[in-house]
Design a protein around this ligand. Structure first.
Ligand code: GLU
Length: 469
């Protein structure tokens, strides 16, 4: 049974776009293998905890359509799925490790450790624990009786090769001498990431640990823990880290990194996921546009490339535009209505949206472009008088428009063409004036069509409003 998971820490505003990528791969791999996709919240770092982050993360996953099969809200066979609610489990296993000789109690004070760190830094050594308590065989009963605070540390064996097998990177060998005697359980009874992740992945029967490359260097510690517990290893797979087009690490300073930002900006979830699927992987037929169903069918975890792929917002915008064009008008209407309701607090008239879609679908790259092009259908435009630059022929326009009986795109176009010719005004200038009068700006959907949809009365009103007497 394939069981995958993501294990986000609720320490930011939302799910990072890189985590969304990890979620996508985990979700798709589980679906492909008729397995389960689990979300576990790793909230043991109490100092960095952000209120509301967990809810936001779960909401974002839902908004993108990556529904977990088990998570802290809906529960599942291995509840709870929030690490802060599993503390006694970690404590139990930590003490077990000490009993078996794979870990030890350490009572070194903060001051001692700080001093040690400074000395090592001065000698240009990598800061690490010096093993002071490693062979003291401190007794838990004693420590607790005397109320001496302690931590549990991993007793990393000396001179040992630790082999990590990674599904896409192959075999990676680490030297145990490079690994610190990691703290597993802190003095407040909270586990560190390393202990909790191994216990939970085992107890939750995770078959494939698919996570970002940044965790690769932690994996030998995890392997030691699995061995100490005598538990079978899951399959490890470390995904490449997304980069900016200039190869720097994706960071808040250069690109928006919160996944929900892309939805607020008017990207379609299916387009964002399509783009993320292309990170470090390509479709066997080199297709760039495909849906999740197809992705699940054709992708193979092993084909993901390890070199950090570039996440390029410009390319994403292009792809999003393609997705908009690929979406049927009736579905696009629903998406536009939902987007403006949820993110812009606007209730748009569905009938009007439906009529306008054919005029703008070709140019839209994001759902937010709809308003950019079409605001004037819903609100009176504010016309900048400077743009109209003294156009006495607005009166003629008004007159001609009022004589049109059958208010159709064709009749409007014909009547305006004839008028421009009669007055001897360059069509470019003439139609720009008309466009600004009607739409309030220089860029708009096709003008005659827009005027037909707006209706005769509204168009006449708009021209009249800016006519000079
Ligand atoms: N809590 C870690 C994170 O924030 C999980 C890493 C892992 O998947 O093991 O990404």
């Amino acid at each position: 049974m394939v069981r995958t998971r993501i294990a986000p820490s609720p320490t930011g505003k939302d799910l990072h776009i890189g985590n969304l990528y990890t979620a996508l791969i985990n979700w798709a791999f589980a679906k492909k293998n008729k397995g389960k996709f689990i979300v576990r919240i790793e909230d043991t770092d109490r100092q960095r905890l952000v209120l509301g982050a967990e809810q936001q993360i779960l909401k974002t996953l839902k908004d993108f359509g990556l529904e977990p099969d088990e998570d802290p809200e809906k529960g599942g066979p291995f509840s709870p799925y929030r690490q802060s609610e599993r503390l006694n489990l970690y404590q139990k296993y930590a003490h077990q490790l000490v009993e078996k000789g794979f870990a030890y109690y350490c009572t070194c004070s903060k001051e001692r450790l700080e001093k040690l760190r400074k000395e090592q830094q001065e000698k240009k050594q990598i800061p690490r624990y010096d093993g002071h308590c490693r062979n003291l065989n401190l007794s838990r009963v004693d420590l607790e009786k005397k109320k001496i605070p302690y931590v549990v540390r991993l007793k990393v064996p000396k001179d040992k090769k630790i082999t990590v097998y990674d599904l896409i990177r192959g075999e990676i060998v680490f030297n145990s001498n490079d690994i610190d005697d990691q703290i597993l359980l802190k003095s407040d009874g909270f586990p560190t990431y390393h202990l909790a992740v191994v216990i939970d992945d085992h107890l939750m029967q995770i078959s494939h640990v698919i996570r970002a490359e940044e965790w690769l260097s932690s994996t030998p510690k995890h392997v030691l823990l699995y061995q100490a517990f005598n538990w079978p290893l899951p399959v490890f797979c470390h995904l490449p880290i997304l980069r900016n087009p200039d190869r720097s690490k994706l960071s808040k300073r250069k690109n928006p990194v919160w996944a929900s930002w892309y939805l607020k900006e008017g990207f379609l979830p299916e387009a964002v996921l399509n783009y993320l699927a292309l990170m470090g992987w390509s479709h066997p037929k080199q297709k760039e546009i495909f849906d999740l169903k197809e992705f699940i069918n054709v992708f193979d975890l092993k084909d993901i490339q390890v070199v950090g792929p570039a996440f390029d917002p410009v390319k994403l915008e292009w792809l999003n535009g393609e997705w908009i064009r690929k979406t049927e008008d009736s579905k696009l209407k629903e998406k536009i209505l939902k987007y403006y309701k949820n993110y812009q607090n606007k209730k748009l008239d569905p009938k009007l949206v439906e009529k306008i879609i054919p005029l703008v679908k070709e140019r839209m790259k994001k759902l937010s472009d709809f308003w950019f092009y079409c605001q004037f259908f819903f609100e009176e435009p504010k016309v900048d008088a400077n743009l109209i630059k003294n156009a006495p022929y607005l009166k003629d326009i008004y007159r001609s428009l009022s004589t049109i009986k059958d208010w159709t795109t064709q009749n409007i176009g014909q009547s305006m063409q004839e008028l421009a010719k009669k007055l001897g005004i360059k069509t470019g200038d003439f139609f720009m004036t008309l466009r600004i009068a009607i739409c309030g700006k220089k860029i708009s959907p096709p003008l005659n069509e827009s005027m037909e949809i707006l209706g005769k009365e509204k168009c006449l009103e708009r021209v009249k409003r800016i006519m000079k007497d």
